[in-house]
Design a protein around this ligand. Structure first.
Ligand code: ZN
Ligand code: ZN
Length: 335
């Protein structure tokens, strides 16, 4: 395989943070197999060589897929990739663990229309898919909604609408993935939400009083609801973001070196920094928080007394928790 490396200094610095450093007191210089340690997993004290690190990631993803019954024989799976480190790693991991599984693998990518940002990630997505021999479908907001994200956010500013960029983009992105999946004819879509993403989403919903969305964090929820035609799975939801970044770096995967220019507007960044600080002081804290979140969301999912009926959006007919879905609300703001 011939991936061209195109890392910025900050990315290499970020990946190296995960590598063994002298202050990581319990790290050993040798992996249990005798190889040279490249990664120290603070939460369980493992010192891992490159091969054992990769194998541990493959094993963990396989376990997550099987624990939550994410994939079935003959599924047609679309992997949503953005060109960033998480989705790039996800596609590579799935292409490895699904060998001989009997499912078909496709990639889909959504061009939101962010000038000067998307071009690099689209190129990376194409390179990766070509190398892995996975068919790629590229769709855009323009194609589905008739405007780019840049244009939508310009309208937001003009009309002084109080909503963060992510609040605008999120629903449109999810709906675009649904449309692209339909176009591809896949019945399952995998997204690269990692352990850190799940934790951040939980806290955002907790702080904003949105208990219904906490229920949605249960990996079995969508499978149990017949209203959802498309099964959405998160095969790397039990992997730390830091480990996915290191995986991409270690395997020299081509990924986007810049973050989205509209990032940092939401509370997500604050929560992320806070959780990273806690994890640094108390290794394993993120992992145990995930376990608690999954216990809460799964008990909500089966508790009929608190079950709020999922309805259809009166504008577009999609599954919605209110009378109008979040996509139609967003579209109305900019139309
Ligand atoms: Zn080893
Ligand atoms: Zn709608």
């Amino acid at each position: 395989m011939s991936f061209k490396s195109n890392y910025s200094n900050s990315q290499i610095g970020y990946a190296r943070m995960s590598q063994i450093t002298p202050e990581k007191r319990n790290a050993k210089s040798q992996c249990r197999c005798g190889g040279k340690t490249v990664f120290f997993r603070a939460y369980n004290g493992e010192s891992l060589c490159a091969n054992c690190f990769n194998d541990s990631i493959f094993d963990k993803v396989k376990k997550t897929i099987s624990k939550y019954d994410m994939l079935h024989y003959r599924d047609k799976l679309g992997v949503a990739i953005s060109g960033g480190k998480d989705s790039t790693s996800l596609l590579y991991i799935l292409s490895h663990v699904m060998k001989g599984h009997g499912s078909e693998l496709f990639a889909l990518t959504i061009d939101e229309g962010i000038e000067g940002y998307r071009e690099e990630s689209l190129k990376n997505a194409e390179t990766l898919c070509k190398d892995l021999q996975i068919p790629l479908l590229v769709c855009s907001y323009n194609e589905f909604f008739g405007f780019s994200l840049d244009q939508a956010l310009e309208e937001r500013t003009k009309r002084s609408i109080k909503a963060t960029s992510c609040a605008f983009c999120g629903p449109l992105r999810r709906r675009s993935i649904d449309f692209a999946a339909e176009k591809l004819g896949v019945n399952v879509v995998a997204t690269a939400h990692n352990l850190d993403d799940v934790l951040q989403t939980f806290y955002i919903n907790l702080y904003s009083g949105d208990a219904e969305r906490i229920r949605w964090l249960d990996p079995s929820y969508r499978t149990a609801q017949s209203e959802f035609r498309l099964r959405r799975i998160k095969p790397v939801m039990e992997i730390y973001e830091e480990e996915l970044a290191f995986f991409a770096y270690l395997n020299k995967l081509p990924f986007q070196s810049e973050s989205c220019p509209y990032m940092n507007e939401g509370i997500r960044t604050e929560i992320r920094l806070h959780l990273n600080e806690l994890e640094r002081k108390h290794p394993g804290m993120k992992y145990s928080t995930l376990k608690t979140i999954l216990t809460i969301s799964s008990s909500m999912a089966v508790d009929e007394t608190t079950r709020k009926k999922v309805t259809s959006c009166e504008v577009c007919g999609s599954v919605s928790t209110g009378s109008v879905c979040s996509v139609c609300k967003t579209l109305k703001l900019v139309s």
